[in-house]
Design a protein around this ligand. Structure first.
Ligand code: ADP
Ligand code: MG
Length: 756
């Protein structure tokens, strides 16, 4: 119900007005205000929708009333209903917010209800409009999306608080002084979308960069609408802006993760809870040989090698289904059937409810790593053996010296062809093998003394073949083709000898059941570019090539792959050490040469050894070929020094058999004293190298101080690290390798004595 108040001093006029209104609008509530008191009370109380006032009141004018109403109830319309007002009053009233001006005359009474109705309607509309406006204003102010309006050239006309916040301004007023372009990271951005906007009028979800007031770059997503005026020209732009920096960063992070996974060295497999493969990365394809298409939807079981038992997989799945990550290593099978070892971490992936949705496996192929580990362990083992061997070699050699020396002496006394003589020969043979074994171990651990010099290899090989003939069974036929004209190589005779012996021992072993032909060939050859390329470590050039081939059991592919590995052997315990070929390849490689192997299982094997040939034919000191010539003898006086009593005795006996007069000492100090006393009483001194109190080279030095022309022979074991050059510089004439063998002893002494 509408409530109207009528302010008029004249009760008649009030009545008339009331009647006129009631007649037209009976539902109206009308309050008549006869005086100022009532007016004040009603104003205070409020709750009216319209005011009708006379102009000329005793206590105020209609304009005063108008102003008072507008001051306290600004939305309530006021109609002036008067007969005293003037046109000026009417104009002033309208300026102050008057709704209508109706003259009090009979004619105009009829107009009053219409005026009132219209005024009420207008007021109602105004109220609705205000409410709507307020609603939109709220939306504009509070929406979490930045909103703006700009002129066609970008000047900001309006912006909501969120927009102000996005660009980092402290107030809207401040922002309104800027142009939209001021906030672009790249001002040319505007040119890019302007054309589209002018043509289509809208631009949706456009991404570009803003510069925040603090200088930071932010990503925004914006939609803009052009508003056109009646001439079809753009009046203004309006639009929204959202800060999507966090989203862009998250997207970038996701992309980075995706790239990392797809480019990782590790293989990544994602399965669902049914263990069906949903994703594999390129590393997986590379490692396993399966393409993505082949494995999607499959079970990772297809990699099973059979090397893990059911319990292993059960433990794995138990861990995973309990929601815990599993770590461990597998031996798995590639598509081509080869096995590989991988280290894996498999983790369950859970959704926000804590339910497992996927499993992610990250796996690393550790085959190469494991192989290296094994090789390292082997290298360490070798080093340990080397140290151990070096440690016992000295003592062991002395023991062998005693065995071989006494056997040789005993053989001289035994009747040729007698059982004792034959048995003694067996002892000597066994001891020789023991000596070779020590040599082998020491060569392998690189503790033996090595002396490289220009070398003609034929004599060495001939001697070795002679030895082989006597030790190989008759079912093995030895064929040799030794070119007498081959070039010189740079090498150590003992090592070269060993290369051939090791190859031949293997060949003989391969033929021991059925017999066969062992062929040894020595020739000059030239390595060309293509052959060199195919054999790392080989340079093109002239080589001396040793070929050892047999018609034995041959080798499988697996054996061929590993035969040079130290400790690799297919022989029974006690039969093979697995060191033979490792030693051969070590020696040959250190000479800058190479070995090749060809083998067919069941048919035999061929080893080629390439020794780099010395370009220049240096006249080498001819190795004396081993002959059965009688041993050279002499009658000179010899002082023999060795700390081992047994060795001194054997040495002395050997020397005496050869005709020499021997004095011996087991202490170098005593020997020195003796020599000091009678320096001219000896023609030659033989001394051991390793002795307590004083080493052999020290003794030699002291002796030479007394008599610089004294011939001295130094006996060394394998492990003794005196270099021949060093010893020769001191003035030592010759060397003897322990264990002493009569022939070497005889020859060396003559050499030392005759080289004046
Ligand atoms: P070992 O003789 O102590 O076993 P090697 O290093 O000399 O050690 O040889 C390694 C392995 O290479 C042998 O066990 C054997 O299986 C294989 N092998 C070497 N030479 C031959 C050959 N001529 N014929 C067949 N197999 C060979
Ligand atoms: Mg061998």
């Amino acid at each position: 119900m509408r409530h109207i108040i009528i302010i008029d001093d004249n009760p008649n006029d009030r009545l008339l007005a009331t009647r006129a209104l009631k007649k037209d609008m009976p539902e109206l509530k009308i309050t008549e205000i006869p005086n100022q008191q009532t007016f004040k009370a009603v104003m205070k109380q409020g709750g009216f929708d319209l005011v009708i006032t006379d102009y000329q009141l005793r206590w105020a004018t209609g304009l005063d009333i108008l102003r008072e109403v507008k001051r306290t109830h600004k939305d309530v319309p006021v109609i002036m209903f008067t007969d005293t007002g003037t046109e000026e009053v009417a104009v002033e009233g309208l300026k102050a917010g008057l709704e209508d001006y109706v003259l009090k005359s009979h004619k105009h009474f009829a107009r009053l209800p219409t005026s009132v109705r219209l005024a009420l309607e207008r007021a109602e509309q105004r109220k609705l409009a205000a409410e709507t406006e307020k609603k939109y204003k709220n939306l504009f102010e509070r929406t979490p999306v930045g909103l703006f309006r700009t002129t066609p050239d970008g000047r900001i006309l309006d912006a909501n608080p969120r927009f102000v916040e996005i660009v980092g301004y402290s107030s809207k007023e401040e922002l309104l002084r800027t142009n939209m372009v001021d906030h672009y990271e790249d001002p040319s951005e505007r040119e890019r979308w302007k054309e589209a906007l002018e043509r289509k009028g809208t631009l949706l979800n456009y991404r570009y960069k803003f510069r925040h007031r603090d200088g930071k770059i932010i990503w925004v997503e914006s939609s803009t609408y052009a508003h056109f005026d009646e001439n079809g020209k753009i009046a203004y732009y309006e639009g929204s802006v959202q800060d999507i920096t966090a989203r862009i960063e998250a997207e970038a992070e996701l992309r980075l993760l995706a790239t990392a996974i797809s480019q990782a060295e590790e293989s990544v497999v994602i399965t669902d809870t049914n263990a069906q493969i949903q994703y594999v990365n390129p590393a997986f394809e590379r490692i396993t040989g399966y393409s993505r298409e082949e494995v999607l939807g499959e079970n990772p079981r297809l990699l099973k090698s059979g090397r893990q038992d059911e319990a292993f997989y059960k433990e794995l799945w138990d861990t995973l289904t309990q929601g815990r990550p599993w770590k461990g290593s597998f031996v798995n099978k590639k598509k081509d059937g080869t096995l590989y070892e991988e280290e894996a971490t498999i983790s369950p992936v859970m959704n926000s409810n804590g339910e497992i949705t996927h499993y992610v496996a990250v796996k690393r192929d550790v085959t190469a790593e494991r192989r290296l580990e094994r090789q390292l362990r082997q290298a360490q083992k070798m080093e340990a053996i080397g140290t151990l061997a070096g440690g016992i070699a000295h003592d062991f050699n002395n023991i062998l010296s005693a065995i071989m020396g006494y056997t040789e002496l005993a053989l001289m006394d035994a009747r040729k062809g007698s059982t004792i003589s034959n048995n003694m020969k067996q002892v000597l043979h066994a001891a020789t093998r023991a000596r070779d074994l020590v040599k082998q171990i020491l060569a392998f651990s690189r503790q033996s003394e090595e002396e490289r010099r220009p070398l003609r290899v034929q004599p060495i090989f001939k001697e070795a073949i002679k030895m082989l003939r006597s030790s190989l069974p008759a079912t093995i036929d030895i064929k040799q083709h030794i070119d007498p004209e081959t070039g010189l190589i740079m090498g150590d005779p003992t090592q070269v000898h060993q290369v051939l012996m090791n190859l031949c021992t293997n060949a003989a072993h391969a033929m021991r059941e059925k017999g066969g032909i062992l062929e040894i060939r020595l020739e000059n050859t030239h390595v060309d570019d293509s052959f060199a390329k195919a054999h790392p470590g080989l340079q093109p050039g002239p080589y001396v090539r040793l070929t050892v081939s047999d018609t034995g059991c041959g080798m499988s592919r697996e054996v061929l792959e590993r035969l040079f590995d130290p400790y690799f052997t297919t022989k029974e315990k006690g039969e093979g050490t697995g060191l033979g070929l490792a030693v051969v390849s070590g020696i040959v490689q250190s000479y800058g040469g190479a070995i090749t192997v060809y083998s067919t299982p069941g048919q035999g094997s061929t080893f080629h050894v390439y020794f780099p040939m010395l370009e220049e034919e240096k006249p080498a000191k001819e190795e004396k070929e081993a002959t059965f010539e009688p041993l050279p003898t002499g009658t000179e006086r010899i002082l023999f020094v060795d700390d081992e009593k047994v060795l001194v005795e054997i040495g002395s006996q050997m020397l005496e058999i050869l005709g020499y007069k021997v004095t011996h000492r087991t202490s170098p100090l005593e020997a020195l004293e003796l020599f000091k006393a009678k320096p001219q009483a000896f023609d030659l001194v033989i001394t051991d190298m390793t002795m307590p109190q004083m080493t052999g080279d020290e003794l030699a030095q002291r002796l030479l101080e007394i008599r610089p022309d004294l011939p001295i022979v130094l006996c060394t074991g394998f492990s003794e690290r005196i270099t021949r050059q060093g010893a020769k510089a001191i003035g030592i004439r010759e060397f003897l390798m322990k264990p002493l063998v009569m022939k070497d002893l005889a020859v060396t002494i003559r050499k030392a004595l005759e080289r004046e």
